[in-house]
Design a protein around this ligand. Structure first.
Ligand code: ADP
Ligand code: MG
Ligand code: ZN
Length: 497
């Protein structure tokens, strides 16, 4: 039997505002700050306190909604989602339910199969919970509660069930993260849990259409909670597709349930079944008025949206003649794309932008990668400052003029990165300028041939491959600084004599 997977994602993204969603407490990095240091009566749920909406969080929410081409609702309603858990001091989470901030958006993703439009159902504002840490001490178990994160603004973005593979789900997650970063509303630090996924997964038999031309019915879904990395998202979906397909193949039915993901075992596990699904008893938050946003505010936010990753990706291919792969890597992050465009502005018109892209994606990225030891080097602005785009452009220009060869250029870039000095200065100080002087090179070639008579003879007897050895000898004499084209030509000339 062939199955078609159907996936809908719910994404929670923390909004990087200064203060929390409903109080003035500072938003801190909850993975490093001392526990319970940014807590007040409002976010710790004291009786008698009242929430006040953070305007910046609303602005950030609208910014995301517009970037995702949603309809922003002029009036949305905060609602209480009631449940008991130790990380939720009020006993309810303020969220939005029946009237969310925005609806009906779309996100275009790219996979190996090309581009695909994923419809978005809704975008709404809510608040994060606190964090629990479970510890063992003296043979007893404790749960430690940290409320620094309680009340941090969260945006929930819900897709329609338009995704059909783990791969597509990952592409969706990454595209969304890139947009959130471009908009400056979220750091994208996955390992800090600032973006979390919930995957709704079902499978259906392939090729079965619904009645009367309706789209085929959806299978029964499971929902995998708390996926904190792209890898976990991908693996959990693959696992569920496989598990559900086997159940249906065996003639049984999938049970609708909420699942957790065990990273170590690489398997999902049941958290609760449909029967004990929560009844959250949603009702409009009585302590907050309806959230009304004026059209001119929406228009103003819209007018300030930056160019988004996909538009920039298409423009980079079109304007700079980059490959799709290079354009994708260079536009993943705004800072990287900005850097590239600054470098290109510093190049003479005779040099292809592609050359600057190669230097960035090759040597520069690998230097930054080594220096930062994490894949997050993109965001390390200190590293980006060591070689400014103008300085990279200067180096690329010098190489294109044949002043130094590729090998020397690598060394120069290394030193630029270490010392922050400019290419011209380093080249002068180290005497790296490439030598093209023909009589000087002719002298080196002649010496090398004299010193290696056997190799010269075997070349003349037809073993032409030995020329590479002789080339190496000449370059060694020139300490790598001789112009390789001139050396090759001179070698061929003298060997032919
Ligand atoms: P809930 O809030 O209970 O999780 P929703 O109806 O809001 O339920 O759906 C949440 C997510 O589940 C959405 O992303 C939606 O696209 C997805 N979804 C709904 N039904 C299915 C299904 N049968 N298969 C896969 N995904 C589904
Ligand atoms: Mg859900
Ligand atoms: Zn507070």
């Amino acid at each position: 039997m062939e199955f078609e997977p159907v996936i809908g994602l719910e994404v929670h993204a923390e909004l990087r505002t200064k203060s929390k969603m409903f109080c003035a407490c500072e938003v801190v990095d909850s993975t490093t700050a001392a526990p319970n240091t940014t807590v007040c009566p409002v976010c710790s749920g004291m009786p008698g306190t009242l929430p006040v909406v953070n305007q910046k969080a609303v602005e950030f929410g609208i910014r995301v909604a517009l970037a995702l081409e949603c309809e922003v609702q002029q009036t949305s309603i905060f609602a209480r989602k009631n449940y008991f858990y130790p990380d939720l001091p009020k006993g309810y989470q303020i969220s939005q339910y029946e009237q969310p901030l925005a609806i009906n958006g779309k996100l275009i993703i790219r996979t190996s199969e090309g581009e695909q439009t994923i419809r978005l159902r809704r975008v709404h504002l809510e608040e994060d919970t606190g964090k629990l840490t479970h510890v063992e001490r003296d043979g007893k178990s404790y749960s430690l509660v940290d409320l620094n994160r309680a009340g941090v603004p969260l945006l929930e973005i819900v897709s329609e069930p338009d995704l059909h593979s783990a791969d597509a789900a990952r592409a969706y997650g990454e595209a969304l993260r890139d947009i959130l970063r471009y908009l400056g509303v979220n750091s994208g630090d996955m390992e800090k849990g600032v973006i979390r996924f919930e995957a709704n997964v079902s499978v259906r038999k392939k090729g079965i259409a619904g009645a009367d031309g309706h789209p085929p019915l959806l299978g029964i879904r499971t929902e995998v909670k708390n996926l904190n990395s792209f890898r976990a998202l991908e693996r959990a979906i693959e696992y569920e597709i496989e598990r559900q397909s086997k159940i249906i193949e065996a003639g049984r039915t999938v049970e609708q349930e909420t699942l957790g993901w065990n990273e170590a075992r690489g398997a999902t596990y049941s958290q609760r079944s449909k029967e004990d699904a929560h009844d959250y008893r949603y009702f409009p938050e009585p302590d907050l008025p309806p959230l009304v946003v004026e059209q001119n505010w929406i228009d103003e936010i819209k007018s300030k949206l930056p160019e988004l990753p996909r538009a920039r990706y298409l423009r980079f291919i079109e304007d700079y003649g980059l490959t799709a792969y290079d354009a994708a890597r260079l536009t993943e992050e705004k800072e990287v794309a900005d850097y590239f465009e600054s470098a290109v502005r510093g190049l003479p018109s005779t040099v292809q932008p592609k050359v600057a892209a190669n230097w960035m994606l090759g040597d520069l990225f690998s230097l930054m990668n080594q220096a930062s030891k994490t894949s997050e080097f993109f965001k390390n602005s200190e590293a980006w400052n060591r070689v400014r785009p103008e300085a990279l452009a200067e180096l690329v220009k010098i190489v294109s003029e044949g002043q130094i060869n590729q090998t020397s250029a690598r060394e120069v870039l290394n030193e630029m990165f270490e010392s922050g000095r400019g290419a011209a200065e380093i080249i002068a100080a180290r005497g790296l300028k490439q030598v093209s002087d023909e009589s000087f090179i002719a002298e080196l070639v002649s010496q090398a041939l004299k010193e290696n008579p056997n190799e010269a003879a075997s070349f003349r007897s037809g073993k032409t491959g030995v020329v590479n050895f002789l080339f190496g000898q000449v370059m060694k004499k020139a300490a790598g600084r001789a112009n390789p084209q001139v050396v090759r030509a001179e070698l061929e000339k003298q060997l032919a004599q």
